[in-house]
Design a protein around this ligand. Structure first.
Ligand code: PMP
Length: 353
């Protein structure tokens, strides 16, 4: 380690991303990417792209993209913030709204970055254990003395709170910001997104990503929706840190993707159908599987520990995710691939068991 690393840097516990192997071709079911290509207009854009335009900086306001997203979600463009993936959006949220020493409440286990950011931004983290059945207990978040950050649906469990449950949390914390990370919400069906609550609550912020249902993980585009004064606060941070955070190509590609509603519906429909088929088959094979509102399944087996399960599948050319968290040692998380990918996965599971 560098002898110049700051004391703060030395105390961090960085996030460990899922493997992105280059040397061997795996069936990759480990990072919840979409197995289908993005909206066809994105490929056309790529073919027509003029490389010479890349010598110019992107629009720091991302006006056209924010307008396109706002139209799709029934908002005004000053109620939309965009960032280099929702990870960056979450970082800007921390910078804009949380002071060192502030308490932040988030479910445990959940998306690993919440704890990482709590350390990075000198916060006082309150990981709130999930219930025995892995659901988020709403009562744990009513009238707390800090900010709240909840992935809904949650990862790695795949379980979702209904909108009324989120509403109770938002309503009972009027003086704290409640951030709902909806990375997987497109796979959750109706009644989950908190978007309709934005009209009524000024302490709510909804975060989303184009990395999952819109197949653009490699281009990095995330967003936040909230009241315009909160979006202006995020912009203030952006202009204090990285004004050109969303590159030229991503701004154009994401605007095309967000307008292609029929492609989104098709992709989401296929993934949900594949997910439900795998859910049933894994149960037939003796696995315990949580009902999923996402593009992944959270799976355990009575005799195989998560890491063993992961290793057996890896030997067979299939990458899934396992965990070090004590609550999830028995589990693997399996992203939903194409039907062909999942047949290979189910075959490998059957062989392993
Ligand atoms: N939130 C959750 C709950 C996630 O699982 C992920 C993806 N790993 C992200 C945010 C970040 O996604 P991205 O930065 O690709 O938008």
């Amino acid at each position: 380690m560098s002898r110049f690393l700051s004391r703060h840097g030395a105390k961090l516990e960085p996030y460990v991303p899922g493997e992105q192997p280059v040397e061997r071709r795996y069936i990759k079911l480990n990072t919840n990417e979409c197995p289908y290509p993005p909206a066809p207009g994105v490929a056309r854009l790529l073919a027509e792209q003029k490389a010479r335009e890349f010598s110019l900086y992107p629009d720091p306001e991302a006006k056209a993209l924010r307008q396109a997203i706002a139209e799709r979600y029934g908002l005004r463009s000053d109620e939309v913030f965009v960032g280099n993936g929702s990870d960056e959006v979450l970082a800007f949220i921390h910078m804009a709204f949380f002071d060192p020493g502030d308490s932040v409440y988030f479910p445990d286990p959940s998306y690993g970055f919440y704890g990482v950011y709590a350390k990075l931004f000198h916060l006082n983290p309150h990981p709130v254990p999930l219930a025995e059945d892995f659901t988020v207990t709403v009562e744990d978040y009513l009238g707390v003395d800090g900010h709240i950050l909840i992935a809904n649906p949650n990862a790695p469990t795949g379980l979702a709170l209904g909108r009324e449950q989120v509403e109770r949390i938002v309503q009972s914390n009027p003086d704290h910001l409640v951030i709902i990370d909806e990375a997987y919400v497109d796979f959750a069906g109706d009644g989950v997104t908190s978007l309709p609550l934005l009209d009524r609550f000024d302490n709510l912020m909804v975060v989303g990503t184009f990395s999952k249902s819109r197949s653009l993980a490699g281009l990095r585009l995330g967003y936040a929706f909230s009241r315009r004064q909160h979006i202006a606060a995020l912009e203030r941070m952006k202009y204090s840190f990285h004004p050109y955070n969303v590159n030229r190509f991503t701004q154009q590609a994401a605007a095309i993707a967000v307008r292609d509603e029929s492609h989104l519906r098709q992709v989401v429909g296929k993934i949900i159908a594949t997910r439900e088929r795998c859910y049933r088959r894994l149960q037939e094979l003796g696995c315990k599987v949580l009902p999923s509102s996402t593009n992944f399944l959270f799976v355990s087996h009575p005799v195989l520990k998560g890491r063993e399960f992961y290793e057996k599948l890896r030997e067979k050319g299939i990458l899934v995710r396992c965990f070090d968290h004590p609550r999830t040692l028995d589990y693997i998380r399996v992203s939903i691939g194409t039907d062909e990918d999942m047949d290979a996965f189910l075959g490998a599971v059957e062989e392993t068991l």
